[in-house]
Design a protein around this ligand. Structure first.
Ligand code: MN
Length: 214
């Protein structure tokens, strides 16, 4: 599969690009707080080995900021499922930055946690190794995504986070069906955009659903 091509765009997806009805999506940001840390990259793949990376550049550096109509249309398109790993974070960041509701979504981490209850290893790297026999490098995970010129290592890492999600979902979906948890998974996915809104409003810690309020 990967050996695919890397397509890098500035400010938005190109007009008229279709990635199919299920698009793998990941983001890279300056950090883990969407209110503080800027969204830098949105990586996408239609599951064909090609990765499409949009670099979002702030206006003060000559970019269009989050004025990305094609990207916004895709993220909110009801006919396109956005496939993510730990979508709770990506959905929150995208909703906060782009101002659209990101839906419908599926999350391979939630799927894994629903059926792989014999382990606590639900990271993308662990799942790719276990279910696909693929070794993902996490070397660039904490690198500076705000740089104007990203290194080829950074871009390859960013791409690898979306290139395997379709294959991973196929494996996980089969297990969800086998274990009769697909409908529960789908209900969790449907709730993700709301969960992301709650996170952005500060209902993350303490969690709204927790018994204890502190
Ligand atoms: Mn990533």
């Amino acid at each position: 599969m990967p050996n695919g091509t890397l397509h890098v765009y500035r400010d938005d997806l190109p007009e008229g690009l279709s990635l199919g009805s299920v698009v793998a999506v990941d983001t890279e940001t300056m950090g883990l707080n969407p209110h503080r840390d800027r969204l830098c990259l949105v990586q996408m793949s239609g599951g064909d080995g090609h990765a499409h990376i949009v670099q979002l550049i702030p206006p003060e550096r000559g970019g269009r900021g989050f004025d990305a109509p094609n990207l916004k249309r895709l993220m909110s398109d009801p006919a396109v499922t956005k496939l993510m790993h730990f979508g709770r974070f990506d959905v929150a960041v995208l909703q906060h930055s782009l101002g659209v509701t990101v839906a419908p979504v599926k999350c391979t981490k939630i799927a894994a946690k629903l059926v792989r209850t014999f382990t606590d290893k639900h990271g993308l790297k662990d799942l790719c190794k276990e279910l696909l026999g693929v070794d993902l490098s996490k070397q660039q995970q904490t690198s500076d995504w705000g740089a104007m010129e990203l290194t080829s290592d950074q871009l390859a890492y960013a791409a690898s986070d979306v290139l395997y999600l379709h294959a991973l979902w196929a494996k996980l979906e089969a297990i969800l069906i086998r274990e009769n948890r697909l409908e529960l998974a789908e209900s969790c996915f449907a709730f993700l955009p709301v969960r992301a809104r709650l996170d952005l409003l500060g209902y993350e810690e303490p969690d709204l659903f927790a018994h204890r309020s502190r």
